[in-house]
Design a protein around this ligand. Structure first.
Ligand code: FAD
Length: 370
């Protein structure tokens, strides 16, 4: 259970303190790290520019198993056993070997926060000098630092690459009231030359959006056009940059987790379960260090090696992301239809889930095994 110390207005006092672990960013990645440190006995401080769960950062779709394994079903809104893909030439209905669910962001963050034991402060992170993190409320010194700040990677060494030059996609969605039965995707160049549109129903709300793999392509107009085509209102916008390439997950003694390490999967832009997955991995390494079972450098190295060991599937997905927009739409339609067989879908989606499998929630760090 977090100890909240959020300050507002005149109460927003100076924050000048030390701690064992400073986790910057209180969304999926940061909260997953905190969860793993719940019984470490360490002084853990989590900071974010917003309150926990205040600003939704995605369409909130995730394999249901991840919610179950992390005991987060309380946030679940709607579950889908099929994926419907529309192209100008065909519509396919893929029966998934596992289900996908949408969830409520605020509820999920609150539930995940309840799994941790940490102090929380709202502060904007501006940068870092060695083991001191500079925020708009003052400096925080920490033995261990985690950057879970999303694509901006604020705590990296040197100048950060910014869009549109960075390897980032862009996504924007609207959240109109409404309901739907299907989780739908549009691969249609009239909306976006390289990318896709989506509609994810979540109880009484739809999350309708467009993502472009090309950061120079603006997605507001096509997002609004898709919403209009679906008879939905264009309200409650939510958008962001989305990484589509792995970046170093350790740098200068800092752990980078989730979007800050490019842990979002290329092609599908699924980055929630990977943020949770790598968050758990980083948290476990930190736990080993805090318990004196692993040297600081060895823990950082293990986490870095763990992240890098996923490079192959990330590379393949990036290749597919680059290839699909070049395939003729009629050929793409034929290929999608050919992939409708149960056997193929079990194989393909089975491998896809393996990249960050929910069984990892119960895994024990290698150095803690007896
Ligand atoms: C429109 C859209 C829809 C998406 N839909 C899905 C989806 O359905 N399923 C899926 O799996 N992925 C989806 N993604 C991708 C997913 O949102 C990200 O991969 C995921 O949120 C990464 O989690 P994270 O914890 O690393 O970063 P984030 O969720 O981005 O969290 C970063 C946190 O850091 C805080 N922060 C940032 N900068 C600062 C600062 N300077 N100081 C203090 N705090 C700061 C933010 O407030 C935030 O709380 C979507 C992305 C977009 C843009």
């Amino acid at each position: 259970m977090p100890i909240r110390a959020t300050k507002r207005g005149a109460e927003r006092t100076r924050l000048d303190r030390d701690c064992d672990v400073l986790i910057c960013g209180a969304s999926f990645a940061g909260l997953a790290v905190a969860r793993e440190l719940s019984e470490s006995g360490a002084e853990v401080l989590l900071i974010d520019r917003y309150e926990i769960g205040e600003r939704q950062t995605s369409a909130c779709g995730i394999p249901t198993l991840w919610l179950e394994r992390l005991d987060l079903q309380g946030a679940l809104q709607q579950t889908f056993g099929e994926l419907v893909i529309h192209t100008p030439y065909t519509t396919v209905n893929y029966r998934l070997p596992w289900t996908f669910s949408t969830f409520d962001y605020r509820t999920l963050c609150a539930l995940l926060a309840d799994h941790g034991t940490f102090a929380f402060e709202t502060a904007k992170v501006n940068g870092r000098t060695a083991h001191t993190v500079h925020t708009d409320r003052g400096d925080i010194r920490a033995t261990h630092i985690v950057d879970a700040l999303g694509w901006r990677r604020v705590l990296g060494a040197g100048e950060n690459i910014q869009p549109p030059d960075a390897l980032l996609s862009r996504g924007l969605e609207v959240h109109p009231h409404g309901s739907g039965r299907d989780m739908e995707i549009w691969i249609d160049r009239s909306y976006v030359p390289a990318g896709y549109g989506w509609s994810f129903p979540a109880g009484e709300e739809l999350r309708i959006g467009v993502g472009s793999f090309d950061p120079r392509f603006h997605v507001r107009e096509p997002t609004e056009r898709l919403a209009t085509a679906l008879g939905s209102e264009k309200v409650r916008y939510q958008g962001n940059w989305i990484p589509h390439a792995l970046r170093p997950s350790i740098e200068d003694g800092v752990y980078f987790v989730g979007d800050s390490a490019g842990h979002c999967l290329p092609l599908t832009a699924e980055g929630i379960r990977t943020a949770l997955y790598f968050g758990l991995a980083a948290g476990r390494e930190l736990r080993e260090t805090l318990a004196g079972r692993k040297a600081v450098a060895a823990a950082l190295e293990s986490y870095g090696a763990f992240s890098s060991s996923h490079a192959t599937p990330f590379r393949w997905m990036l290749r597919a992301q680059r290839l699909i927009p070049r395939v003729a739409p009629s050929l793409l339609a034929r290929s999608l239809r050919a992939m409708e067989s149960r056997r193929f879908l079990d194989w393909a989606f089975g491998h896809y889930l393996e990249i960050a499998h929910p069984r990892f929630v119960a895994a024990v760090p290698s150095s803690a095994r007896v």
